[in-house]
Design a protein around this ligand. Sequence first.
Ligand SMILES: NC(=O)c1ccc[n+]([C@@H]2O[C@H](COP(=O)([O-])OP(=O)(O)OC[C@H]3O[C@@H](n4cnc5c(N)ncnc54)[C@H](OP(=O)(O)O)[C@@H]3O)[C@@H](O)[C@H]2O)c1
Length: 247
Amino acid sequence: MTHKIALVTGASSGIGEALTRELISKNWTVIGLARRSEKLSAIKNELGSPFIPMACDVADTSDIQRVCQNIVGQGLCPTLFFLNAGIAGGKVIENPESFVLKMHEEIMAVNYFGVLTFVECFEKPCLNNGGAHFIVTSSVNAIFAAPTGSAYCASKAAISKAFESLSLTYFGRNLRFSSIYTGPVATDGLTGRWPFTWSPEKMAKYMCKFSELKKSRGYPSLFYFIISHLLRVLPDGLVMRILKKMT
Ligand SMILES: NC(=O)c1ccc[n+]([C@@H]2O[C@H](COP(=O)([O-])OP(=O)(O)OC[C@H]3O[C@@H](n4cnc5c(N)ncnc54)[C@H](OP(=O)(O)O)[C@@H]3O)[C@@H](O)[C@H]2O)c1
């Protein structure tokens, strides 16, 4: 069995693509998943054999199961999972005049169930293979829920809480679970202009280093760690004034 195999979801762009490049530069083999196979093929042409692209729609449980069976069937078992694919950016902004429940269902399908299905598929193969580290790309919006983002914020809070619990559930059994509470990163998944925005490459370096630590929570940006906790406890009127000034 090959060593140092990582699985990255959302490998076709943004943080996931940068993470793929960073991992490969550190001698990992990366199984990269996303829907846009043309993007994955272009990355494959550039990176060659250490990159194994697989088309997968993480909103579709049976598609994830098919891909996971394919991976295990090839004798591959990742020890590092960056469960990073997510619906974010302009697609998650809600209309303040009209609440749409369907948006919650669509976002949870990707950002919550689209993460946990990998845990279900790989729990036993990874336990039998000596262990693995599952890392989810969460958001500071799991801490502070911004206006017009009820579905996105709830999805990130839910997956982080699930991972917190799993981290304790599997304590001492070689399965580790961590959430990274990401601040703004300059990708297609970012709307608006925010202070202290990171590049995807800086984020990828942070995430790779983080994966070597035995920590269940990562806060890449001190500024957004402080501001997200502060905004949670201030009165709504003041919060709205601060948000207007920040954007
Ligand atoms: N950028 C930020 O400021 C920021 C802040 C906090 C958290 N995050 C989180 O970071 C993660 C990555 O986002 P990003 O900023 O790098 O944005 P991005 O460039 O838009 O990347 C999103 C990735 O997710 C994949 N994806 C989306 N839906 C999918 C689906 N149904 N099946 C498979 N793959 C899917 C996309 O691939 P395909 O379209 O090819 O399928 C793409 O590779 C997300 O979870 C996001 O919530 C981002």
